[in-house]
Write a protein that binds this ligand. Sequence first.
Ligand code: V47
Length: 374
Amino acid sequence: MAFPESRLRSAGLSDVEEKLTAGDRLDLSDGVRLFECRDLLVVGWLANREREKRHGARTFYNYNIRLEATNVCVASCLFCSFARLKPGDPGAYTLSLEQAWDKLRQRSHQPLTEIHVVNGLHPDLPWRYYTDLLRGFKQIRPDIHLKCFTAVEIAFFADLYGKSDEQVLRELMDAGLDSLPGGGAEIFAERVRRKIANDVNKCDANRYLSIHRLAHRLGMRSNVTMLYGHIETAEERVDHMLRARALQDDTGGFQAFIPLAFHPDNNQMRKLPAPSAADTLRVHAVARLVVDNIPHVKAFWIATGVEVAQTCLWFGADDLDGTVQEEKIYHMAGSQTPTAMTPREIERLIRAAGREPVERDTLYRVVEHTGTDG
Ligand code: V47
């Protein structure tokens, strides 16, 4: 179905529509114009067309759990409400391996397909903690996919334990690592990164990207995130998308682009407002249009809120992440969403949005006949 030509024209996006129809790529100035265009529905319509070209009405989710094994973190990112600088600081915690493994054992009745681990940058844990963590998970559930440790953590491990990035990845893969999550990307532009994540312990944009490149070369898949809604400009958002797109051109290893809405509670950027629902819809839409080579755009419902995530499914997004079950990073930063949804609840909200739910595993293979728990 065509969008009224007059509406495209008055939105100033006829040429963008023509480029998309011809299969031409959008550039930085196209992306910035999509952010500046007042007619959000035109932007959404274009993104939805690209989404439906790739996935029709299908909307993916997975049956996963999140685990944050420690919030002790030597970095001091201004946007973070989760980290505690030192062990023993109020609110600091580090799970013992047994406690971490128990989180999985307690879910033995659930047909989980993924465990997603993100941690603080802990200065004192032995290297074995991480490799044993993975080995233990695989022993408990050999079939489970381990999506663990952001590129920022991989870089930190390499520096702390005196290994190369490649050695770290190889040793973790030996222990059972299957893929990398997309966290830690924030905004690649130097101006913003220097302000919000200026820490010697946090790797820069180039190293983040080079670790993902390496992971892809070693045969793993990964995701890439973008933390938006704080001090970044439209140009810096599009620049971020284009850097992800450029790496994807080379490797094809990214599975999902994941915009992450900034949450301002309990962190050093608390004076800033959270991004609006309209901005969230637009970011997902522009991501779908600019990042034309990453198959999935994920609306992480914990970050966007459940209702906005549903609406994102008409603004470019085709994935909602998963059941999650325990989440700290966003809830410590003010997220009002539940910390868990059952597969049945996720399916219900996808259907209520007029889309078709598909349970997937981490690699986007369709999972049949689960979704019975809850
Ligand atoms: O790297 C931290 C972000 C990320 C805040 O790969 C914040 O499938 C908003 O990366 N407000 C961790 N965001 C979560 C993450 C993720 C989530 C879902 C799926 C995947 C995936 C990855 O959360 C951090 C940081 O960018 N973050 N604090 C905050 N106050």
